[in-house]
Design a protein around this ligand. Structure first.
Ligand SMILES: [Fe+2]
Ligand SMILES: [Fe+2]
Length: 412
C-alpha cells in the first residue's frame, strides 16, 4: 500500500523508534530530537503499532528493540523489509550471540548494542541518513534495501564450501578465498562491522574479519545461514568471471598506486578493498534485475553512451551509487563507500587529497586500458578535472608503467 504522504529527499529524515517500554522509546525520541533539527522522531510501543504508523507515514529509518511481546523486533523488521523496503532497518540489541546476530542480518542493516550509547546511535543514524547523497530515488532505495546478500563467483563458492566441509577448516584458507571474492568480502565486512560485535573501530580487512569471527561462526554462517550464494544466472553482457578478474586487478593496482604515492599502509589496504568492491553495484543489479541490466547494456551500445549513463536512463541510478548505498547500509567504512560511490566521477566527491578514491578511479581506467577487452560502448576515462585539482595529472606516465608491471603481458 502507498503511504499517505509523499516522499521527499530534502524533507527532514523521519525516524521511528519501537520499544515496548514507552519510557525508553520516549527517551530516545526526546534526546535525538533535541540533537538535530533535521530529524523528525516518532515512537511506537509495539510492532503492530509501528506497522500502522508506517502505513500512514514514510519513514527513512526504523530502530527497534528485539524482545517485545506479540511481535519480536526481527519479525517486525522482516515485515518492514517486505512492505517498506526503502526504510533502513536498525536493531537495538542486547544479544551477545554472534550467530544469532548474524542470522538476523538479512532483515537488519545495522545493530546497536545495548545498553545503548546515545552517541553510537546518533552516529549510526547520521551515517544512514547521509546515504541519501548517493541515492535518493525511493524505488532504487527499496530495491537495495530489500537486498540481503551478493552472489559469489561459483568456483570460489565451491571452494569455500569444500573447505568448510572438512573436519578442521583452515582459517587462513577461508580468509584467502573470502579475500579474492568481492561478494564474500562485502558480506564478511557487513557481519563483522555490525556494531553488536562490540568493535571500537571499523574493520576493512577480510582476513581480520574472518579471524575475529573464528572458524566456528564462519562455518555456521555459510552452512546454515547461507550468507554466501553462487552466481548461477545467465545475464547477457555480464560475465561473473570477468567481473571478478577486473575487481581483483583493480584492487592490486589501487594498492600499488597508493604505495607508489607513499600512502600509509592502512590506507593502501583500504584502497585494495575499495578496488575489490568498487563495482558491486553491477553485481547486485545483474543478479536482482537481469532483464533491466541487459536493457542498460543494450542502451549503452545502441546510444553509444557510457554504461553509467545507460544505467541512469534505465534504472534511475548508476552501479556506483547503488553499490555505495548498499555498502553504506551494511556499515562499511566511509573511505571505502566514498571510493565506490565516485569511482567514475571523483570530482563529485569532497575528497581533495590523493587517497583510496583517486587510486581506485585511476586503477579502474588503467585496468581497462591494460586488459584490452573490446567493449562495444564508450568507456569512461580519467576525470581530468579531479586529477588536476589533486595536482597529480603529471603522474599518468609512471602510473601507466606501474599498471604494465602489475599486469605483465602474457609471454607467448
Ligand atoms: Fe564501475
Ligand atoms: Fe570497474
Amino acid at each position: 500500500m502507498e503511504p499517505a504522504d509523499s516522499y521527499s529527499a530534502y524533507a527532514p529524515k523521519r525516524i521511528l523508534f519501537v520499544d515496548d517500554d514507552p519510557t525508553l522509546a520516549r527517551v530516545y525520541a526526546t534526546v535525538l530530537k533535541a540533537e538535530s533539527r533535521n530529524w523528525e522522531v516518532r515512537s511506537a510501543n509495539s510492532g503492530r503499532q509501528a506497522l500502522e504508523l508506517m502505513e500512514r507515514l514514510t519513514f527513512d529509518v526504523v530502530v527497534t528493540d528485539l524482545r517485545m511481546p506479540e511481535m519480536t523486533g526481527l519479525e517486525l523488521l522482516a515485515k518492514v523489509r517486505e512492505q517498506h523496503p526503502h526504510t533502513s532497518r536498525v536493531v537495538l540489541s542486547g544479544m551477545r550471540d554472534q550467530q544469532e546476530i548474524a542470522r538476523s542480518l538479512g532483515d537488519t542493516h545495522q545493530f546497536i548494542p545495548k545498553p545503548v550509547k546515545l552517541e553510537t546511535l546518533r552516529q549510526a543514524l547520521v551515517r544512514i541518513c547521509n546515504l541519501d547523497k548517493f541515492l535518493m530515488d525511493p524505488k532504487v532505495k527499496a530495491l537495495v534495501g530489500r537486498f540481503g546478500s551478493l552472489p559469489s563467483f561459483p568456483a570460489n563458492y565451491l571452494e569455500i564450501m569444500e573447505e568448510l566441509a572438512t573436519e578442521s577448516p583452515a582459517i587462513e584458507r577461508i580468509a584467502e578465498i573470502v579475500a579474492r571474492d568481492p561478494a564474500m568480502t562485502a558480506k564478511m565486512l557487513h557481519i563483522v562491522n555490525s556494531a553488536a560485535f562490540g568493535l571500537a573501530r571499523t574493520i576493512s580487512n577480510p582476513l581480520e574479519a574472518v579471524q575475529y569471527l573464528g572458524t566456528g561462526t564462519v562455518r555456521s554462517l555459510v552452512l546454515s545461514v547461507h550468507v554466501f550464494s553462487s552466481f548461477d544466472h545467465q545475464v547477457k553482457g555480464f560475465s561473473i568471471e570477468q567481473f571478478e578478474s577486473h575487481a581483483l586487478r583493480c584492487a592490486r593496482l589501487a594498492r600499488a598506486l597508493m604505495e607508489h604515492e607513499g600512502a600509509p599502509a592502512a590506507e593502501a589496504e583500504d584502497a585494495y578493498i575499495a578496488g575489490m568492491l568498487h563495482d558491486v553495484g553491477k553485481l547486485m543489479l545483474a543478479a536482482s534485475l537481469p532483464d533491466l541490466y541487459q536493457e542498460a547494456e543494450r542502451h549503452a551500445v545502441e546510444q553509444q553512451v557510457s554504461l553509467g549513463a545507460a544505467e541512469t536512463a534505465v534504472f534511475g541510478a548508476t552501479h556506483a551509487s547503488v553499490g555505495a548505498y548498499l555498502l553504506g547500509l551494511w556499515g562499511l567504512p566511509a573511505t571505502i563507500i566514498e571510493a565506490v560511490a565516485f569511482h567514475h566521477t571523483p570530482r563529485h566527491s569532497d575528497m581533495r587529497v590523493f587517497g583510496p578514491l583517486a587510486a581506485v578511479h585511476a586503477a579502474d581506467v588503467l585496468e581497462g586500458e591494460q586488459s584490452k577487452i573490446d567493449r562495444p560502448m564508450p568507456i569512461a576515462g580519467f576525470d581530468d578535472i579531479y586529477l588536476t585539482a589533486l595536482k597529480v595529472q603529471d603522474r599518468l606516465p609512471p602510473w601507466r608503467e606501474l599498471a604494465r608491471q602489475t599486469f605483465p603481458a602474457p609471454t607467448a
